[in-house]
Design a protein around this ligand. Structure first.
Ligand SMILES: [Zn+2]
Length: 53
């Protein structure tokens, strides 16, 4: 059993959880109109919790 997980030598490759494209350096999804980007912009600009619908 490994004592720890992750060597931290491997570059962090992040994939979009919606379309599985490799994310851009700034963490955005390269796919235009992807939900991932919508969530990002929501986190950036809107701080108020809107729970409409
Ligand atoms: Zn995406």
């Amino acid at each position: 059993m490994p004592k720890y997980i992750g060597d931290s030598k491997v570059p962090v490759m992040e994939f979009c959880e919606y379309c599985w494209e490799v994310l851009n350096d700034d963490g955005t999804c390269p796919t235009v109109g992807c939900v991932h980007n919508d969530l990002l912009s929501l986190n950036e600009s809107e701080t108020e919790p809107t729970k409409g619908e």
